[in-house]
Each structure stands twice: as structure tokens, then as C-alpha cells.
Design a protein around this ligand. Structure first.
Ligand code: FEO
Ligand code: CA
Ligand code: CA
Ligand code: CA
Length: 578
């Protein structure tokens, strides 16, 4: 099913070579510039960034958070927009002068202020977008911002803590990976590896459910639990149940309370790909990024009504959660698939099997997915819906456990043992109906290395050549013309299995012809993650996360996570001829 035609009408740039240099490279005719870096002040009264690692929590709470990830743009006019940006985690090597070796209570607060969300207004100044420190929407949301838990799990005993006997009020969000945008103007931010922020003395007893989510009784690398008992599992065993959700935020109102929408299940959420089905139901595709975990979708109970935003704003609180099961035939790289309903009382989600309510089904969505027989996947990362709504794409980034660990057999959409390269799956809902319970799938691309492997799937699919190869596809998104932008978060050693693949990068795919060209290479050590476009598609915003050289300032400067803007030198639409 994968074509490899070289006459794409969509990809109007010349593919670039790989790079191991500490800078961004782009095709001829394109340039990049910096929008903002970790630590940049986002309010008029905020202190300038100081690289000495000694700025305190108050400063960080007024500055751009660390490790930029998914982001969404909300246009206000032709020359003003709101940008909502995830700050996934923070790196103590750069955050502190002591690199995390002598933490204090304020250091924990600073770390908690370095993660979460940054919302800023940007304005077009002499043709170039810049941050507006006086923007009225500017806001930092951190690990301590008050939010609400809503939907089927809100108020459940498993979400109650000493500090919150209601089980409905929670402080903060963190490990916000990628994003989604609703047609009623809200931003969705997805909580991924929340488990890493909790800790406890070794030997503290934990439940099997804690273990399924990777919550461990040990010193956490962030050390929050040493100063903030909320993160000590011995004191607050239910606190981790309050993370791992999709959070909905109104980016236009800095006083609004973010809402954790529990109907979409609790797992290590990557992004939330929103599509309004032809019949008005809102469908959201959701990946759970862990080796051998699953792919989900949510279908709202009520329908989206254009202009009725008061009602639309509660659409994500009621609906049906499903998990994917892929049909597999030996040696076939395509097949049928099915969405299995995760509703209490159905498909074995009963008391006999350990589920007492819909609240428990969503809180322990992973266990529910196993119960119904969902397919274990090679780490589902971002999902993107083609603008024509006929196909949906999901990156399966890699999975070293495939074919090794129990329950992770080789086959179907996960066709390689010890998969170091990743693949992108594509499916077509039956009759283009995203609420349908069946679909057909194939693989859009199997990443690989045709200079190291030959005659097997590790060389990649036909649309992979020595000139466009990469590993570990992660962020993906479509532009309005239907170009598929593919970002990587993989092995950048440029050796062995990865010889000739260079630094992490961004490529562009033609979904019709299958052709893929390399568009951008990132600086040393980074992953490229997060993308959004200005309304006119003439500026592309791209995230450079965890660079480890001296990007962006060069010299011997500290590396800083940075959002860059890509422009075409002739002022045209990114990727277009003109
Ligand atoms: Fe935050 Fe799975 O990437
Ligand atoms: Ca990712
Ligand atoms: Ca990552
Ligand atoms: Ca990744």
C-alpha cells in the first residue's frame, strides 16, 4: 500500500542531508529565528534570564518554562495570536548551579514552576512574530496551579487525599507532553510521564495499579517528595491517581480554572487529536506512550454545535472511551481493526474482574484495556487526522521490548522484534465515520536504515532511502494543504544501526504518494517536538527540546530549550511553491 513516487506536488523543497552540527539546518530558501527560550521573561515585571542557575522560584514562575513540547496557536487578529505551550519537564543540570545535588525547598518550588504550561500573546512586528510581554492572556500554569477534576472519576474515593477530601480539586499539571485544540477555542494538554515526579522511601508498599503506571517507591530524580509531602507516596498514595489526564484550558482567560477531563482515561497521554465527525460528535484520538501500551479514542455523547460554546465547553465530560484492537494476518502489513468499548459493565469490565464503577475504568484505563484484549503497541506517540478526515496517522516511535517481553508478540502494526526505528500507522474509519467501531489499517512508513540492513524490514519500507532515513518518529501534524510533518525523538549517535541518520530532525511526507523529504535538522542532543503554524501558514513554530550543546546562543552558552520560527525567504507558505 506504500507508494514511492518522486513527483509529489505537495513537497516543494529539496530534501536536505543529515547533520551532526549544533545548529538548525533547512532547505535552500528557508530561514529560522528564535521566538523564545527557557527562562525568557513573559511578563513586563519578570526578571531577565540569568544562566547562572541561581534564579529562584518566583523568577521561574514569571519566565518561560523548560523543555518546550506540544503547542497550539489561537489567532486573535492578523497580527496577534495566543500561543499555548507545554513545558514537559526540566533538566537539573541546567536549572540549578548545583545541578540538583543540594536541593532546598525553594529549589523544588522552582522545579515545579519550570514545568506545566506557558501561555503568551505574540504579535507581528515588521513582518516577524515576537512575544508580547504585556499580552493580557499571558499566564504560567505550573505544578501548583489550582485545577478541577471533572467527568466520571471526579469525586471518586481513589482521587481523594488528605488535602482534598472532595476528590475534585487538584494542584497543577506536569510532564505535559503534546497537545490538542478544540473547535470551541480551548487548549488540551496531555499529562505523560507523571510517575517520575513521585517518590518514597524504598520498601513503601504500592499497589499493582501503581506499578502498572510506573509509580515507584524510590528517590525520584526531581526529589519533590523530600520537600513537598504531596509527592511522597507513603503519605499520599492517591496523589498519582490525580495525574495522567488530559487537561482542558481556556487560553484567552488567564483567571480560568483548567479542568482535568477524566472521561478520556488515565494513562501516559501523548497528544489529543481532535476531529469533529460529520454527524457532530467530537472524536479524540489518544496515544499511551509506553512500550506495549495502547491506542485509544474518545467519542463525545453530545454533539458539537458551532457557536454554542457554553455547551461545547462540557462536551469532553461525557462520552465513550474505546481502545484499539488490530487484526493481524501473518506477514501482512495491513488489516482490519476494531475499537473496543471501555464502559463499566461491558466487555468484562465488571466487579468479578476488579472494576466497580466507570470511575475505576477510567482511572485504571490501562488495566481495562488489557481486560478487553487491546493490542499492545510500539509506543503510540502523536496522532494526527488528515484535513480531509479520511485517514488518521499515529507514530509508533520504537519498542525494544517487542518480541522479547510477554504479551508483545511481533506482528500486525508492530512487525519487528526489538524495534529501534519506529513506524507510522495509518487507518481509515469505516465509511469515513470516526464513531464507527471498525477501521482498516496499513503502515504509512516503516523507518529503518537501508545502508545497514538489506532485504528485511529493518531497512525500512519502500519510501525510505539512504537520503531520507530517520528513526523514532514522534511529533506529527498536518498543515492546511495536507502535508504531513514528522518530527523525531530518537537515537542521534550516528553510529551502528543509526549510522548516517544524524541529529534529530523534521521531515515532510506526502500522504498520497508516500514520498518523504528531510526538511530540518536540529542542534546537538535535542529532539524536535511541537509544531504549529500562523493562520496564513507562512510561519511555522517548531520546538527544540533538551539541546545539549550551546544552542541557541552558541559560543560557550548554556543550552536552552527553544521555540524557533521557520520562514520562507520569499514570504510564501511553508512547503509551497510560492
Ligand atoms: Fe513526551 Fe512520548 O513523548
Ligand atoms: Ca513525544
Ligand atoms: Ca521525549
Ligand atoms: Ca519520544
Amino acid at each position: 500500500a506504500i507508494a514511492n513516487s518522486m513527483d509529489s506536488n505537495l513537497l516543494n523543497f529539496t530534501s536536505i542531508t543529515t547533520s551532526t552540527s549544533d545548529r538548525i539546518t533547512l532547505p535552500q530558501g528557508y530561514s529560522s529565528s528564535t521566538l523564545m527560550s527557557w527562562g525568557d521573561p513573559i511578563f513586563a515585571n519578570a526578571p531577565e534570564f540569568n544562566a547562572n542557575g541561581k534564579q529562584d522560584s518566583t523568577a521561574q514562575a514569571l519566565q518561560f518554562g523548560d523543555n518546550t513540547d506540544g503547542m497550539g496557536i489561537f489567532p486573535l487578529s492578523n497580527d496577534r495570536a495566543i500561543l499555548a505551550i507545554n513545558n514537559e519537564y526540566t533538566n537539573y543540570k541546567y536549572l540549578f548551579d548545583h545541578q540538583g545535588k543540594s536541593m532546598t525547598a525553594d529549589d523544588v518550588k522552582k522545579s515545579q514552576a519550570a514545568v506545566g504550561i506557558t501561555i503568551v500573546e505574540i504579535i507581528k512586528n515588521n513582518g516577524q512574530w515576537v512575544m508580547d510581554k504585556t499580552g493580557r492572556a499571558n499566564r504560567r500554569i505550573t505544578a501548583n496551579t489550582e485545577m478541577l477534576l471533572t467527568g466520571p472519576a471526579a469525586g471518586d474515593a481513589l482521587l481523594k487525599t488528605a488535602a482534598d477530601p472532595t476528590g475534585k480539586k487538584v494542584l497543577g499539571t506536569f510532564n505535559n507532553c503534546a497537545d490538542g485544540k478544540t473547535p470551541w477555542g480551548t487548549y488540551l494538554t496531555c499529562e505523560e510521564n507523571f510517575n517520575g515526579f513521585f517518590g518514597a522511601q524504598e520498601g513503601t508498599p504500592l499497589t499493582a495499579d501503581h506499578q502498572r503506571y510506573g509509580v515507584k517507591a524510590k528517590q525520584s530524580k526531581y526529589q519533590w517528595h523530600n520537600f513537598d509531602p504531596r509527592f511522597d507516596l507513603a503519605k499520599n498514595p492517591n496523589e498519582p491517581n490525580r495525574f495522567g489526564w488530559v487537561v482542558e484550558i481556556d487560553p484567552t482567560d488567564p483567571t480560568s480554572t483548567p479542568k482535568k477531563r477524566t472521561a478520556m482515561g488515565r494513562f501516559k497521554h501523548e497528544n489529543a487529536a481532535v476531529v469533529v465527525n460529520d454527524d457532530g460528535h467530537v472524536v479524540i484520538y489518544l496515544g499511551d506512550d509506553e512500550r506495549g501500551e495502547h491506542l485509544y479514542k474518545f467519542v463525545s455523547k453530545e454533539k458539537f454545535v458551532e457557536g454554542n460554546d457554553n455547551k461545547n465547553r462540557d462536551l469532553l465530560d461525557e462520552g465513550t472511551l474505546y481502545v484499539a484492537k488490530f487484526g493481524m494476518q501473518k506477514d501482512k502489513l495491513e488489516g482490519d481493526g476494531q475499537w473496543l468499548e471501555l464502559t463499566y459493565g461491558k466487555n468484562g469490565l465488571t466487579k468479578e474482574n476488579g472494576f466497580n464503577s466507570q470511575a475505576e475504568v477510567v482511572i485504571f484505563a490501562r488495566r481495562a484495556a488489557t481486560q478487553v484484549g487491546a493490542t499492545t503497541m510500539d509506543r503510540p506517540e502523536w496522532v494526527a487526522v488528515h484535513p480531509d478526515k479520511k485517514h488518521v496517522f499515529c507514530t509508533l516511535t520504537n519498542n525494544k521490548h517487542r518480541g522479547i517481553k510477554e504479551g508483545q508478540t511481533v506482528g500486525g502494526p508492530n512487525p519487528r522484534a526489538e524495534n529501534h526505528y519506529g513506524q507510522i500507522i495509518r487507518w481509515a474509519p469505516t465509511n469515513h465515520d470516526h464513531t464507527a467501531e471498525t477501521f482498516k489499517w496499513d503502515l504509512y512508513v516503516i523507518a529503518g536504515n537501508p545502508t545497514v540492513h538489506e532485504g528485511n524490514l529493518y531497512a525500512g519500507s519502500e519510501n525510505i532511502t539512504k537520503d531520507n532515513m530517520f528513526n523514532s518518529p514522534d511529533g506529527i501534524g498536518f498543515d492546511k494543504a495536507g502535508r504531513l510533518w514528522i518530527q523525531t525523538d530518537g537515537n542521534y549517535s550516528n553510529e551502528g544501526d543509526f549510522a548516517g541518520q544524524g541529529n534529530n530532525q523534521m521531515l515532510c511526507g506526502d500522504p498520497e504518494t508516500g514520498e518523504i523529504r528531510r526538511f530540518l535538522t536540529g542542534p546537538t542532543g535535542c529532539e524536535i517536538t511541537g509544531l504549529t503554524f500562523s493562520e496564513d501558514q507562512k510561519t511555522m513554530f517548531v520546538g527544540v527540546q533538551h539541546p545539549s550543546g550551546n544552542f541557541p546562543a552558541g559560543g560557550d552558552n548554556k543550552p536552552r530549550s527553544t521555540i524557533v520560527m521557520i520562514n520562507k525567504d520569499d514570504g510564501g507558505v511553508i512547503g509551497s511553491k510560492f
